[in-house]
Design a protein around this ligand. Structure first.
Ligand SMILES: [Fe+2]
Length: 192
């Protein structure tokens, strides 16, 4: 499939699955995709791939495909088995935003790990950056505020609350790595 079609198809698919049952989740997904577009200068030929993964990352919340209730796994299986989406997009969705840690809390780590490989670290970081610097409504935010919002929404001693507190250091570190790469790209594009 041509790379141009990857993003176009991804938007159509995500909208069809999320916009009506979960409008807020759809707004968030559009915001995350917008963040992905802001990373084009450091993504090179993977820019379209990242935008597709960004708009699709939460598709597993769609009630039509929520099987295990763990949305990275449900979403990735749907994209792989029903839609035959590019396997790198599928891997990014499967592992988005430290999914292995949440899978561990849910007793699903072996399934996630054995079915889906991790993409290369720079792309994993980029998707973390896009997701955790976007509010549930799709507006830009900081990873600190985003983590605090999730802890408040789910509760500190819930499964998701425990997961996000364990994942937070890695999420913040990934955001810093992406910001460093953005700054380096900006500096090198400046006239001497
Ligand atoms: Fe998610």
């Amino acid at each position: 499939m041509a790379t141009m079609d990857i993003t176009k198809r991804a938007y159509g698919l995500a909208e069809a699955m999320l916009s009506e049952p979960l409008p807020r989740r759809w707004s968030h997904s559009l915001g995350v995709a917008e963040r992905a577009r802001s990373l084009r200068s450091i993504l090179g030929e993977d820019a379209d791939l990242m935008e597709a993964a960004a708009v699709l990352h939460d598709i597993g919340y769609s009630p039509r495909i929520a099987m295990t209730g763990f949305h990275p796994l449900d979403g990735a299986r749907f994209l792989r088995d029903q839609e035959a989406v590019d396997e790198r997009v599928v891997r990014l969705v499967a592992h988005h935003s430290c999914a292995l840690l949440e899978a561990e809390e849910r007793g699903l780590r072996d399934q996630l790990e054995s079915e889906f490989e991790l993409e290369r670290p720079a792309l994993v970081d980029a998707l973390i950056f896009c997701d955790v610097t976007t509010t549930p409504d799709g507006e830009p935010t900081t990873s600190q505020a985003r983590v605090a919002e999730i802890v408040a929404r789910y509760g500190r001693d819930t499964l998701v609350g425990r997961f996000i507190q364990r994942a937070a250091p890695e999420m913040h570190a990934a955001v810093r790595r992406v910001e460093d790469r953005l700054n380096a790209a900006r500096e090198s594009s400046q006239p001497m």
